[in-house]
Write a protein that binds this ligand. Structure first.
Ligand code: 3PG
Length: 306
């Protein structure tokens, strides 16, 4: 089968080699399409692809229309908001993700971002310590649980909430269960966001919720920029000069936020949470193995468009 690895943001060379080794050993043919700029370039690249491995690359209805032989798309990573699932289903294309494979990299970045903000973005100004502070984790999945474990090891008090988990399950994962999102925000010096971008979550973190945070608190977003309502964020940062926002997913109004609020906000120039060699290898090789099993045995474990 012809497998296309299409990554606007390339994987580490070792991951690309590992993916190729797995696919070729199973008799597949792999081509690599990296660092492209326009969506239309992807449309041209998928013409004869039977399987596609992507990262945050957008697989739209137009891309699917341009790929008549496509049978499977594997998003090498967790979030699949970049894939038009309905269009994929309509085209008979199976979509999978590789849950958990890049979670540690994202969790390490979330912890690093807390320390970076606590230590005044590594400037000589007097900062604070995270030990003894309370961290509220919004969604206790693969990344959230790892953030919790690391934060506990650093001496933080860890709380969490997750609409899909019971209080007992959260406690078993090592965090104190919170009863409502409002109380999580109201009682946390740091809130770390780990929800996916869905129609229900987009814009769901706004003025009301953020303004519940205690004095001097920091909101950490290594999830998706869309889940934070940018106008609400701007309004709350204006009203509360003690609050801070750090994000791996620069908001559209970042330049304005930076101008107005300076060091109280920070965004990475390009999404980098999962950009470690280890995460690239884990997610990339898992994607390759899932494609091999799909064609060999019809295995659809991790399918997300059922
Ligand atoms: C994910 O959903 O897996 C992460 O956001 C990583 O995305 P990336 O592969 O584009 O870095």
């Amino acid at each position: 089968m012809k497998v296309l690895l299409a990554t606007q943001k390339p994987f580490a060379a070792a991951a690309v080699k590992g993916i190729r080794d797995i696919l070729e050993a199973a008799g597949h043919e792999m081509s690599v399409f990296e660092k492209y700029e326009q969506a239309s370039e992807l449309e041209a690249a998928v013409a004869d692809a039977e399987a596609l491995i992507i990262r945050s690359d957008k697989v739209t209805a137009a891309v699917l229309d341009a790929a008549p032989k496509l049978k499977i798309v594997v998003r090498a990573g967790a979030g699949y908001d970049n894939v038009d699932l309905a269009a994929a289903t309509a085209h008979g294309v199976v979509v999978m993700n590789t849950p958990g494979q890049n979670a540690n990299a994202v969790a390490e970045l979330a912890v690093a971002m807390m320390i970076f903000m606590a230590r005044t973005q590594f400037t000589p100004a007097t900062g604070s310590e995270i030990q003894g502070k309370t961290l509220g984790i919004q969604a206790f999945g693969n990344v959230g649980r790892l953030v919790g474990a690391k934060a506990k090891a650093l001496g933080m008090n860890v709380k969490a909430i997750d609409p899909f988990l019971s209080a007992d399950q959260i406690a078993a994962g090592g965090a104190e269960p919170e009863t409502s999102l409002e109380s999580l925000y109201a009682s946390s010096d740091y809130v770390s966001i780990h929800i996916p971008a869905t129609p229900e979550t987009i814009g769901s973190i706004g003025y009301e919720l953020i303004s519940k945070m205690p004095k001097g608190a920091t909101l950490v977003n290594t999830a998706r920029k869309e889940v934070v309502d940018e106008a609400g964020l701007e309004k709350v940062l204006e009203a509360r000069p003690d609050l801070k926002y750090v994000t791996d997913v620069a908001p559209d109004n970042y330049a304005a936020l930076r101008e107005k609020f300076g060091m109280r906000v920070f965004a990475t120039p390009k999404k980098m949470g999962a950009q470690t060699a280890e995460a690239n290898i884990n997610a990339g090789l898992a994607a390759a193995r899932q494609i091999v099993s799909f064609f060999e045995t019809g295995c659809v474990k991790f399918q997300v468009n059922k």
